[in-house]
Design a protein around this ligand. Structure first.
Ligand code: NAP
Length: 266
């Protein structure tokens, strides 16, 4: 049996196929997508194999990564359920579908895991939450961590925290992009060429974020270290505070979290 099958290789499934083909031999990855040309492009780029259809992919691998939209998941599980055999593991990336819901659509006893990736997975810089559902074992979590390690950082999380995780890491890129744009706008106002201003702003974010992760210092302490008394940085920080920057960012995360929670109850 191959290690991994990916059924539904759109934006997110496709990004994870590319990552998987770096951590396991591409011959060990089989994929299937409704529009076959999309899967063939991935086969061309990575060396994985396109299955004739979903059933062939579902029979062929130990770990089945399901990358269809949430509203299509039930139909997909009903399609592939009859060909699944004991020992195969389902890994859903569908937002908002609980492991319990998925288990209700899968053959009894099938191990189920959930992952929640974000868009930077497409360049190997993602943040992925991994949670164990019914019948999942430690070895399953380890195998998925291994398969996805080139997509970014994979962190185990209780399913109850998945909505909060999505608000920070799934929605987060959309909160960060306007910040980069605004930093660049400020730079343009101060005379920098647009392209350079955007690159300077984005690289500054990368550097500051890496410093938080690598130094393990509190972001507040790192901010203090940049602010000399009476200097220009503290002038800028004061402007952010006057604009309610931190409160607005917290409100954005809480708003997204509330919406995630509400969507999950529908
Ligand atoms: N995008 C994100 O940022 C993100 C983040 C976290 C989680 N997710 C989750 O990832 C999943 C996919 O989202 P996406 O943004 O990647 O959507 P997408 O680009 O539309 O990908 C879905 C893919 O599934 C294929 N598909 C649909 N029905 C199928 C079937 N019956 N059999 C095989 N393939 C089928 C589609 O094929 P066609 O080529 O024919 O359309 C498409 O390529 C969703 O469940 C979503 O909740 C996405």
């Amino acid at each position: 049996m191959k290690q991994a099958a990916f059924i539904g290789t759109g934006n997110m499934g496709g990004a994870l196929v590319r990552a998987a083909c770096q951590s396991v031999p591409p011959q060990d990855v089989i994929i299937s997508n409704r529009t076959r040309s999309k899967a063939l492009d991935l086969e061309n780029d990575t060396g994985c194999t396109v299955a004739a259809n979903n059933l062939e992919a579902a029979c062929a691998a130990r770990y089945l990564f399901l990358g269809v939209k949430p509203h299509m998941m039930r139909a997909l599980l009903e399609e592939i359920g009859p060909v699944l055999t004991p020992g195969q593991v389902l890994v859903s990336m569908a937002a908002g579908l609980t492991a319990e819901t998925l288990a209700g659509w899968a053959p009894p006893g099938t191990p189920i895991l959930r992952i929640m990736p974000n868009t930077p997975c497409s360049i190997g810089k993602g943040m992925i939450a991994l949670c164990a559902g019914p019948n999942a074992q430690a070895s399953h979590l380890q195998a998925v961590e291994h398969i996805l390690r080139f997509a970014g950082r994979v962190e185990r999380l209780d399913e109850g925290l998945m909505d909060a995780f999505s608000a920070v890491a799934g929605c987060g890129p959309a909160f960060v992009y306007p910040f980069i744009e605004a930093m660049a706008d400020g730079g343009v106002l101060a005379g920098l060429p647009r392209q350079k201003a955007m690159a300077f702003a984005a690289q500054t974010l990368i550097g500051a974020a890496c410093l938080v992760l690598e130094s393990e210092e509190h972001p507040g302490a790192l901010k203090d270290a940049v602010c000399s008394p009476g200097g220009s940085t503290i002038e800028g920080v004061a402007a952010l505070e006057r604009g309610g920057f931190r409160g607005v960012v917290m409100d954005a995360v809480i708003a997204a979290w509330k919406k995630n929670t509400a969507l999950g109850k529908q």
